[in-house]
Design a protein around this ligand. Structure first.
Ligand code: DON
Length: 312
């Protein structure tokens, strides 16, 4: 039997030695100040065990990883009508690209690029005050992880708001195409706040359990989403979760995964494990440099891959 705990400890020890750690995101001060030496890994397996190593209990800014949770919430709220306003194709561009929106009439390629996630925020905001929508997202994530300590880092949210000109451009552009229903500043307020959720690897891996367990939170037995939708969220994570690095991630890791510029990645081995890794240095596609290396090694050593019928 594979000893997951030893593999997790082994990988963390190897990553501590790594010299090429990528570059910490520097578009806002609270992220620019994070020490690139951090590394955390948490693996929650189907039997409920949680294996952790390194800085697995240190909260970090989950940034775009939050888009998995907002997509899940929005699917529960509006169902498949979501796909009238957001596509399901890899973008082949950076996460904040503007060019594609013009040729595609304000309909973002997928829910994980910024434009797509802003539309998803607009759906969650519908009929609510921003405060209520943000509260709903936070409650949802806390419920998934079973941890009331998860919080929104207000300094990050504020800095995102102060510097988010590109996101404002994307939102205004989509509004011009009638693909945003609420005032741009309110929708962006929701978006910036969910990007500013702070979580540890342990909390993130716990929150992702429903995606390894066919839509059910294995701890509470509560259904979060239908098995079909859980499957589809995993499919989108595999094809679009790492922006223009999604092909490389599928090739090297072979699991659905979603990255954030804070250096976190949530990866899912369906039926086996929910995995969170954090190393703040990112590559040119905006994905954690060492996070991907660590997940590649974890997948190799456990045999987990959605492309291998023996392992899954
Ligand atoms: O909106 C932004 O640009 C950031 N708050 C989040 C971007 C992000 O994490 C993209 N992922 N790699």
């Amino acid at each position: 039997m594979t000893d997951i705990g030893s593999i997790v400890a082994e990988i963390a020890a190897e990553m501590a030695q790594a010299t090429d750690r990528g570059r910490v995101a520097d578009y806002i001060a609270p992220l620019a100040g994070v020490d690139p030496a951090h590394f955390g890994l948490a693996v929650v397996t189907a039997d409920g065990a949680c294996h952790v190593a390194g800085d697995a209990d240190m909260p970090f800014s989950i940034q775009s990883v939050s888009k998995v949770f907002t997509l899940t919430l929005a699917l529960g709220r509006v169902g498949d009508r979501i796909w009238d306003r957001v596509g399901r194709e890899p973008s082949g561009t950076s996460f904040n690209s503007i060019v594609q929106l013009e040729s595609e009439q304000g309909v973002p390629r997928n829910p994980f690029i910024n434009a797509g996630a802003i539309v998803v925020s607009d759906m969650i905001l519908a009929g609510h005050q921003p405060r209520e929508a943000i509260g709903e997202i936070l409650r949802f994530v806390r419920g998934l992880a079973g941890d009331e300590a998860i919080y929104i880092d207000e300094a990050v949210a504020r800095a995102e708001q102060e510097t988010g000109f590109r996101n404002a451009a994307l939102a205004n552009y989509m509004r011009a195409f009638d693909n945003l229903n609420n005032p741009v500043d309110l929708t962006l307020g929701v978006y910036f706040h969910h990007c500013a959720i702070a979580m540890s690897c342990r909390q993130l891996a716990l929150a992702g359990r429903y995606l390894m367990a066919r839509g059910v939170n294995p701890e509470t037995g509560k259904r979060v989403i239908s098995p079909e939708r859980a499957r589809r969220i995993n499919a989108l994570m595999l094809t679009c979760g790492h922006y223009d690095g999604s092909g490389e991630f599928a090739f090297r890791v072979g699991l659905p995964g979603k990255s954030g510029v804070g250096g976190g990645i949530l990866a899912i081995a369906p039926g086996h494990a929910s995995i969170a890794v954090w190393s703040p240095g990112i590559n040119t596609s905006g994905n954690s440099q060492l996070g991907m290396v660590a997940l590649e090694r974890l997948a190799q050593r456990t045999g987990w891959s959605v492309f291998d019928p023996v392992s899954i």
